[in-house]
Design a protein around this ligand. Structure first.
Ligand code: BDR
Ligand code: CA
Length: 341
């Protein structure tokens, strides 16, 4: 068995964030040392409820959950209930929390976790980067303290999903994304950045979801675009039921966008890469965020041809093996769900 590595995750849970958390819960090579909640897909209090509810559902104890800022650094908050459902988890209902939030906030949680595991901590950010930017203001040595940072955000040489050019996580809080990238200027250990150009290659389908249910010992009939909207899962397994009810909403959203009855697993890919970097191919580049464009605010730009004269401050995912990802995802989450019965 591979050694367990400390992992700290910052999420705006969110259907695919929930799938990322399930992946980390089910990964025996990860020791989850903290969850930061950030405002994004839904408001920050709801994100906290979702994180605590998922821990309760999965019987995971001892993982501190911290609340982040209720708003981005300087922009007003936008949320995405159309994509993730009124509470962020599609049609799923989570149990009430059986643990409390930390007394310190999410930015402090980042700094505490980095100091507790200097040079060892793997950070994963799958929401707007507000907490991480605030953590970096408090502890500018964060890039040296982390062993690895994986960010789901941006879109490189690829259209946006929020504006024609901007991806959601960056678009919600472009100033924080810009601060985070600037914070890694000159660092040795560059963050891995997975944008839509990469994550949209990872599409969950009804067939793959059925494979997951099968792996959990809780077989289910594949969902279909012809099903009545909001049809609830009949899976006997509590985690599979929640994931299916959440995914159905996400499938319906993607279907309505003309993308097919499927859903992109942006955030679970980041969780998987945090533990196994080799499922993605990368290219380093200087990266920055457009903050002032009248049409392009929130756009992420990679200066591949080095016209800015700057050194790379990020390693950008450019190719992924989706089959390798899904094999890992189904193995880990399926076996974890099975243990929950
Ligand atoms: C990102 O936006 C959110 O809605 C998802 O959870 C993911 O982190 C994709 O653009
Ligand atoms: Ca997210």
């Amino acid at each position: 068995m591979r050694p367990r590595r400390p992992v700290f995750v910052d999420v705006d849970t969110g259907v695919d964030d929930a799938m990322a958390l399930a992946y980390l819960f089910g990964s025996e090579d990860a020791e989850l040392v903290g969850i930061a909640s950030t405002a994004g897909n839904v408001g920050v209090r709801q994100v906290c409820r979702n994180n605590l509810g998922l821990l309760a559902l999965c019987g995971v104890t001892g993982v501190p959950v911290s609340m982040g800022s209720a708003t981005p650094l300087s922009a007003p908050l936008r949320t995405a209930e159309d994509t993730h459902g009124p509470q962020g988890l599609g049609y799923a209902r989570l149990p009430e929390a059986n643990s409390e939030l930390t007394t310190y906030d999410a930015a402090e949680a980042w700094v505490r976790a980095a100091h507790a595991h200097p040079g060892e901590l793997i950070g994963v950010a799958t929401g707007p980067l507000t907490n991480l930017a605030l953590a970096l203001r408090a502890e500018p040595a964060l890039p040296r303290l982390l062993a690895r940072l994986v960010i789901m955000g941006g879109a490189f040489d690829y259209r946006g999903n929020t504006t024609p050019v901007a991806e959601w996580n960056v678009s919600v809080d472009p100033e924080s994304a810009a601060e985070v990238f600037a914070g890694w200027n000159g660092a040795e250990n560059l963050p891995i950045v997975l944008g839509l150009n990469l994550t949209e290659n990872v599409a969950m389908t009804p067939e793959l979801l059925s494979r997951l249910a099968g792996a959990a010992g809780s077989p289910s009939t594949p969902m279909s675009a012809a099903d009545a909207r909001g049809t609830v899962s009949t899976a006997s397994n509590p985690l599979i039921r929640v994931l299916e009810d959440a995914m159905r909403f996400y499938f319906e959203f993607h279907h309505d966008q003309g993308e097919g009855y499927l859903a992109h697993l942006h955030d679970p890919l980041a969780a998987a890469v945090a533990l196994d970097t080799e499922i993605v191919r990368y290219r380093a580049a200087p990266v920055d965020v457009e903050l002032t464009g009248t049409l392009t605010r929130g756009m992420t730009i990679a200066d591949w041809s080095r016209r800015w004269g700057r050194e790379p401050n990020a390693v950008i995912g450019v190719d992924v093996d989706p089959a390798a990802f899904f094999d890992r995802f189904i193995d880990r989450v399926g076996a974890f769900a099975k243990r929950l019965g």
